[in-house]
Design a binder for this molecule. Structure first.
Ligand code: ATP
Length: 251
């Protein structure tokens, strides 16, 4: 499905991604874990191509120079030079960090905006699916996005991404700032999205603990580099990971 090789990103002279290679097979859930500033969002922007837009904006504003190196293959084709909008059309859809829903628009409007690439039939079917996946949204259809709770906003952000008909969904820190109860609802929903709709998922999080149970394979980032990677069990049983990312001491 996706194979990114030797990704490097520099913000001016600051190395934010250091030679990262990451693979996501069909219908896999891949976890990318790391502390603040480890490079998770930079990785998601690079995969989705949003980095291209950020680069251009910075360039036009006479700001910093951003350099991106490496290759990205998606659905058997090299997409490294494709615009983010074309990547989205091909089914690579980013659900960005901090939700980024439209605060002044209603839940329904937010979802419809997400469905701009979908046919009428797809939109209707996906809307039904989103309300089944996230029942609280059903009663909030007319509610303005900015008035939703953090958990509801995250459900809406994922719903909006689903409306874009993803084949590969990129979830950037979906659990950030949410209660353990809401986190477990979102983690279960993430697994359902893969199981029921066959969508591949790359999810980033600061803490591995809530998400690790549903991932097939995980990467641990530190200062922009993947210091460890492996299948679910291997990561779960690694003593370094346990102490650093679960708050579990081996003593
Ligand atoms: P967080 O959990 O805080 O979102 P992250 O793992 O997503 O962290 P990134 O946002 O990718 O990390 O940032 C990686 C590094 O790059 C950080 O040191 C950050 O300060 C820096 N950085 C990110 N965006 C820019 C930018 N536009 N210009 C300069 N430096 C940046």
């Amino acid at each position: 499905m996706l194979k990114a090789t030797d990704l490097m990103v520099f913000y001016e002279n600051m190395l934010a991604l250091n030679n990262i290679s990451i693979t996501c097979a069909d219908k896999q859930i891949i976890g990318v874990f790391g502390a603040n500033s480890a490079g998770k969002s930079t990785l998601m922007y690079t995969l989705s191509g949003i980095m291209d837009d950020i680069q251009k904006k910075e360039g036009m504003a006479g700001g910093e120079r951003i350099t991106v190196l490496g290759r990205i293959q998606y659905l058997e084709r090299d997409i490294t030079d494709l615009k983010p909008s074309i990547r989205a059309k091909r089914g690579m859809v980013l659900c960005p960090e901090r939700r980024r829903i439209f605060n002044e628009s209603s839940v329904m409007e937010n979802l419809r905006i997400g469905g701009y690439l979908a046919t009428k039939k797809q939109s209707k079917e996906t809307l039904d699916y989103i309300f089944e996946l996230f029942p609280p949204l059903q009663k909030l259809k007319k509610r303005i996005g900015g008035f939703l709770s953090g958990g509801e906003q995250q459900m809406l952000a994922i719903g909006r991404a689903l409306m874009a008909q993803p084949k590969l969904l990129l979830l950037d820190e979906p659990l950030m700032g949410l209660s353990p109860l809401i986190q477990s609802i979102l983690v279960r929903a993430t697994r359902k999205i893969r199981d029921k709709r066959g969508i591949s998922i790359i999810v980033t999080e600061q803490y591995a603990r809530p998400v690790l149970p549903i991932v097939d394979y995980a990467y641990i980032l530190e200062n922009g580099a993947a210091v460890l990677e492996g299948p679910h069990d291997e990561i779960l049983n690694n003593p370094d990971v346990r102490s650093a990312y679960f708050g579990v001491s081996e003593e």
